[in-house]
Design a protein around this ligand. Structure first.
Ligand code: GTP
Length: 609
């Protein structure tokens, strides 16, 4: 009898993987279709270290199930995989490159740098169709169009030159559906870097081709200095004249969050000051010009404002029922190719935007309570659903979409577009962040070279020492007590992940500026709209300036075990994190005159001790 050949674990794993894929009918794509994808909802990314280099075709394979049925995991984020060499090169650089703070001017960013018109950075459009076509025919047509679209993109832009973008046709199909069924589009962006998340091609398509109105929601206004919020608003208006622009925050009046807080703060949003849902209503009133009766929405906002002042129990009793429609497979639906505006007297608002910009949070804010789960892991929303805000206003949520652009990949990660937990190499993003934020004073780090004999060396200070991204991670690991399991060395990888999450959450905050901001700084700092934005943020001078802890905080105590204290800043669960609080990330140099904000309160004095 022939001797059995030894079979390694790795081979066994591969064999199982092939078997599983065969079973799923995922033919042709091989292992790379899984390896190349970052799965929605925070599932672990497959190990890419031993697999082949970037392969666009394979990852575009759409996940079919048996008998041609669609795979339930079809809404995964699919990003192009990076080569092992590229990742190794960046790791090396993170250890060697001395961080140099960048100038204010370099934080200014023009939309044409991100989406240059000559690069043809469009997005896939649904091919024309009619009722005479069969469903299968339509699907095939869509797939062909999608492959052509990608071929065209890649022929114009060499491999690796584009940032991560969505490679999953299923997700684009969701966008088509939302655009088709909506009367007005709420395009939501993060005010810290709105131009990263505003594809001009989408704007031109909606306002030009399908002739619908767009309300640009500059969300997370609580995370950006008020003068910069105003400057961004003006910049976007100057570039895209057909937009209605609304500043928004789903966390108005939130007290400062602390990095080591064990539990998140539970404060109900308070829009009694200004703006918020009311501004969105006003924009809709202007657009609909009396064609839809929006009085029920206006009344709801008034009722919600009253309810905010009631305690929790009364609130629950009074909570209104929200009619929800689950649109599980609607991307495949063949609805009418032509859309009837304000059908049955109902205004349908479609919420679209990149992952993590706060689409679900905006919907919850409009509804007045949580109907959509929220997560800081990008790609949480899997398929769109609709909610009746009132009998005449319907909201439609859409999964986050990453459009192709030329944004720097490190910045893309800091903007929350790529799930931090899935990163192969987080250090270069840490470096990018540290060169643009006062990380040392905020994180209160001791340089690793001074760690050996802390007591002796502390007196020397670390101001004059050079920092690399790796040093920052080591120093943060030391401060937080992150150790590797085997050798109990400082766990730089975990520290890097933790720092990036602080950035995404806005607790170590990077705000980019519109072009020319530095020259016109004084103008924006004295702008007449400033009080309106401060009111929207819902913070008073007392909240901002004192740096006192909020008494309601269920915050850490200094006696809390280290592990417990770590959890909040470090874990990137896919769970719902609705109750998160956020710090105010105002950079010292952005502080407007007469506006008392202590940006360094983001991490308070005793947090890092
Ligand atoms: N500071 C601040 N954080 C916000 C705001 N809105 C949302 N967030 C946080 O941003 C993260 C993402 O929010 P979601 O509402 O889940 O974002 P989304 O766009 O629906 O995300 P996807 O499901 O990935 O498409 C969560 O951690 C929210 O708590 C806001 O106005 N201010």
């Amino acid at each position: 009898m022939p001797r059995k050949k030894p079979f390694s674990n790795k081979q066994k794993k591969k064999q199982l993987q092939v078997k599983r894929e065969k079973k799923r009918g995922d033919t042709g794509s091989g292992p790379s279709s899984r390896n190349a994808s970052v799965e929605r909802g925070g599932e672990r990314q497959s190990d890419t270290s031993d697999s082949e280099t970037t392969d666009v075709r394979r990852i575009n394979q759409q996940p079919f199930g048996r008998e041609g049925r669609y795979d339930p995991n079809r809404f995964r984020l699919h990003f192009e995989k990076e080569s092992k060499e590229e990742v190794e090169k960046r790791k090396k650089l993170a250890r060697e490159k001395v961080l140099q703070p960048v100038s204010d001017k370099e934080l200014e960013i023009n939309i044409s740098d991100i989406f240059p018109s000559e690069k043809g950075l469009g997005f896939p459009l649904r091919p024309p169709w009619s009722y005479e076509m069969t469903r299968e025919n339509l699907l095939r047509k869509e797939e062909k169009m999608y492959r052509d679209y990608l071929d065209d993109m890649h022929s114009r832009n060499p491999t690796g030159s584009l940032s991560h973008f969505e490679h999953n046709l299923e997700t684009w199909r969701q966008l088509w559906r939302v655009l088709e069924m909506s009367d007005v589009i709420l395009l939501i962006v993060d005010i810290r870097h709105p131009v990263l998340q505003f594809p001009p091609a989408l704007y031109h398509y909606i306002t030009g081709d399908i002739q619908k109105q767009v309300i640009l929601v500059l969300n997370k206004a609580d995370l950006c200095p008020p003068p910069m919020v105003i400057a961004w608003k003006h910049y976007m208006a100057s570039q895209f004249p057909h937009l209605q622009i609304v500043c928004f925050t789903s966390h108005p009046g939130q007290p400062y969050s602390t990095v080591l807080q064990k539990k998140r703060m539970r404060k109900k949003a308070d829009w009694s000051h200004a703006g918020g849902p009311l501004d969105i209503l006003k924009a809709c009133q202007e657009i609909t010009a009396g064609k839809v009766d929006l009085s029920s929405w206006e009344q709801k906002i008034k009722r919600d404002a009253v309810a905010e002042h009631l305690d929790g129990e009364q609130l629950d009793e009074g909570a209104e029922t929200v009619l929800m429609e689950h649109q599980t497979d609607s991307a495949m639906e063949m609805s009418s190719p032509s859309h009837e505006l304000y059908k049955d007297g109902v205004l349908t608002l479609g919420c679209i935007g990149f992952p993590n910009v706060g689409k679900s949070s905006v919907i919850n804010s409009l509804v007045g309570r949580k109907v959509v789960s929220v997560s800081r892991t990008p790609g949480h929303t899997k398929y769109f659903q609709t909610y009746y805000l009132t009998p005449t206003v319907k909201l439609c949520d859409c999964p986050g979409l990453v459009f192709p652009s030329l944004v720097n990949k490190q910045l893309q990660i800091l903007a929350g577009i790529y799930p931090v937990s899935q990163l192969q190499e987080p250090y270069s993003s840490v470096g990018y962040l540290c060169e643009r934020t006062p990380f040392r004073s905020v994180l209160k780090l001791t340089h690793p070279s001074l760690m050996e004999n802390k007591a002796h060396n502390r007196s020397q200070g670390s101001e004059e020492l050079n920092w690399t991204a790796w040093d920052v991670c080591e120093a943060w690991a030391e401060r937080r007590g992150y150790k590797t399991a085997k050798a109990a060395r400082n766990d730089a990888y975990r520290a890097a992940n933790s720092i990036l999450r602080l950035a995404v959450d806005g607790r170590l905050c990077l705000c980019l500026k519109p072009p020319g901001y530095s020259c016109l700084k004084e103008h924006w700092e004295n702008h007449p709209d400033l009080p309106e934005i401060i009111a929207l943020q819902g913070r008073t001078a007392v909240d901002e300036g004192t740096g006192e802890r909020d008494d309601d905080d269920e915050g850490e105590s200094s006696t809390e075990p280290e592990e417990e204290r770590d959890r909040d800043a470090d874990d990137d669960e896919d769970g719902d994190d609705e109750d998160e609080g956020f710090g105010h990330p105002i950079r010292k140099e952005d502080k407007p005159s007469g506006f008392t904000v202590n940006m360094y309160n983001v991490l308070r004095e005793n947090e890092c001790e």
